[in-house]
Design a protein around this ligand. Structure first.
Ligand SMILES: Nc1ncnc2c1ncn2[C@@H]1O[C@H](COP(=O)(O)OP(=O)(O)OP(=O)(O)O)[C@@H](O)[C@H]1O
Length: 243
């Protein structure tokens, strides 16, 4: 039975890095089956938040609950898929060998490797060495690893960086297909034109949440159709200057 509890619940999350506060007390929930866009300028703390959700970040305070368990709980290993900004695949193995290897680590079947290869559109490259893939193919190979085992939560750090518009559109199509099947996705980006593709947005700035809303609600609240303009409006609102 599908639970209606949030996929991710964050309360009072504080993280310091290099002796400085990077996340300053965040509170938010991510509903199950949503595509959440994590947006904000470079250095605002997106990766740090993602690391906290997947349970690899030392936190100073607060709680992060993922699928009803504390972030980092060993039970979450096969339920949460994570792709870092840097592709984490072996360049001297083929696409299929990489997926079979990571699949075996997770206890996934050989059939699962073929499933995710097809899902990310790399069937034609399955026998190709990863070191010879194009940039877009390489990020899709990394994404395929995150989809192994059929995770309930997929966390992707800037998965569309460097991809052409057509590929980006295809990937967003895949994200929504997964969400329609009940998977929750958290996707970070610093490209505001990707914001409109999300069900829900978490706009961050300097370690704080500037807005946590659906794109339509954000447009209504700021009176700006363009989400980049809406974001700038929120910043100037917070700083007390007219936008
Ligand atoms: N290991 C570290 N030691 C010290 N400071 C760090 C470390 N990692 C990150 N930071 C700092 O923490 C802040 C947030 O970094 P983070 O990588 O979370 O930002 P981001 O929003 O993901 O940026 P980008 O979009 O450029 O990837 C930045 O000021 C960064 O310099």
């Amino acid at each position: 039975m599908m639970s209606s509890a949030p996929a991710v619940s964050v309360r009072g999350l504080r993280v310091d890095r290099g002796g400085r506060p990077v996340l300053r007390g965040l509170d938010f929930d991510v509903p199950r089956g949503a595509v959440l866009g994590l947006l904000g300028p470079s250095g605002c703390g997106k990766t740090t938040l993602i690391r906290s959700i997947v349970g690899v970040q030392m936190v100073r305070g607060g709680t992060v609950t993922v699928l009803g368990r504390p972030a980092g709980d060993p039970e979450l290993r096969r339920l949460v898929g994570y792709a870092t900004q840097q592709p984490a695949v072996y360049t001297d193995l083929t696409v299929a060998e990489n997926l079979r290897y990571f699949g075996s680590v997770l206890g996934a079947s050989r059939h699962d490797a073929d499933r995710v290869i097809a899902q990310v559109g790399l069937a034609d490259q399955r026998g190709q060495l990863v070191g010879t893939l194009s940039g877009g193919q390489l990020s899709r190979a990394s994404l395929a690893v995150a989809l192994l085992g059929g995770p309930e939560l997929v966390v992707l750090d800037e998965p569309t960086v460097g991809l052409d518009p057509l590929l980006r559109q295809e990937l967003w199509g895949l994200f929504h297909e997964l969400a329609a099947g009940g998977v929750t996705l958290i996707v970070s980006s610093h490209v505001m034109d990707e914001a409109s593709r999300c069900d829900r947005l978490l706009l961050m700035r300097e370690g704080d949440i500037l807005a946590d809303a659906a794109p339509a609600a954000l447009r209504a609240r700021t009176g700006r159709q363009d989400l980049e303009q809406a974001f700038l409006h929120l910043i100037s609102e917070r700083e007390g200057a007219p936008a």
